[in-house]
Write a protein that binds this ligand. Structure first.
Ligand SMILES: [Zn+2]
Length: 281
């Protein structure tokens, strides 16, 4: 199930700081600028190449982050200072446009590369006192004046498929295209458990109580730094009520009458596919 989920690949080695046995592995580089990565500009009907073998500029760049080991290659993310620094013969591509176009493991590393460079660029100054931060051995940053510690931000969001017997709850957000429905999702609030966030989001968005919340899978979603945590829950009580602003329609759908729903690019598509395929069981 998770093998086909973009950005979710638990076979990669993200161990950091680098173990000593990695020291002699060759390096490769992903260049990042403003959420995009540099690819060769070959015809895009071919698989774009985003791993580059050499970087003469590597030693002079200020923004370099180790992004993980791909087999026996160490992959580094390099932040470009401007669009003008894209090497000749290359172009910038959005991460989203690489989904399904490149190897899953390379895509997962690229998702990390983009997030780590963004972290590096947005943590240069202490958010508490405005002093320049210092980089720590373990990737974090520290403010030398007030000792604030900063690490890459990950924003957890729950996504939940709610079932009522043979039907699934689907809702249409105001920012979806007109015929598109999906399941309920939302960011976890400070102080909440994931289960609490599931109950709150379902109540806020459609006015229903749910029970029997169980874990499904998770997916890093680097737009810009979410971690989607998927659940399945059973309907408990209530009538569907939508706010008409954020959610403009919601309803119960049988497996054989599903509207347009997200594809398996995202965990929402995987959850809905799981529900749709249950009829075989
Ligand atoms: Zn500070």
């Amino acid at each position: 199930m998770c093998q086909e989920m973009p950005f979710a690949n638990d076979e990669l080695d993200f161990t950091y700081p680098l173990p000593s046995y990695f020291e002699h592995y060759p390096s490769c580089y992903i260049y990042v600028y403003n959420g995009k990565v540099v690819a060769n500009s070959a015809d895009l009907s071919d698989s774009p190449k985003i791993l580059h073998d050499c970087s003469q500029e590597m030693r002079t760049k200020k923004v370099v982050q180790y992004a993980g080991a791909l087999g026996e290659k160490l992959c580094y993310a390099i932040g470009l200072e401007s669009e003008d620094r894209v090497p000749d013969g290359m172009q910038l591509l959005f991460l989203r446009d690489l989904i399904g176009q490149i190897d899953e493991k390379i895509l997962a590393v690229a998702g990390r590369a983009v997030q780590l460079i963004e972290f590096d660029l947005t943590s240069r100054i202490c958010g508490r006192c405005g002093t320049l931060t210092e980089t720590l051995e373990d990737r974090g940053k520290k403010c030398p004046r007030c000792d604030l510690l900063i690490y890459p931000r990950i924003s957890p969001a729950i996504i939940v498929l709610v079932m009522k017997e043979d039907e699934v709850l689907l809702a249409r957000s105001s920012h979806f295209r007109p015929d598109m429905y999906s399941i309920i999702a939302g960011f976890v609030e400070p102080g909440e458990t994931l289960e609490h966030a599931v109950k709150r989001e379902v109540m806020e968005e459609v006015g229903l109580k749910v029970k029997n919340i169980r874990y499904f899978a998770s997916q890093p979603w680097p737009f810009p730094n979410s971690l989607m945590i998927g659940f399945i829950a059973d309907y408990e009580e209530g009538e569907i009520k939508v706010d008409g602003v954020e959610i403009i329609d919601a309803g119960w759908f049988r497996r054989d009458e599903l509207p347009n729903v997200p594809g398996k690019v995202s965990i929402s598509g995987h959850l809905i596919d799981w529900f749709a395929s249950m009829k075989e069981k």
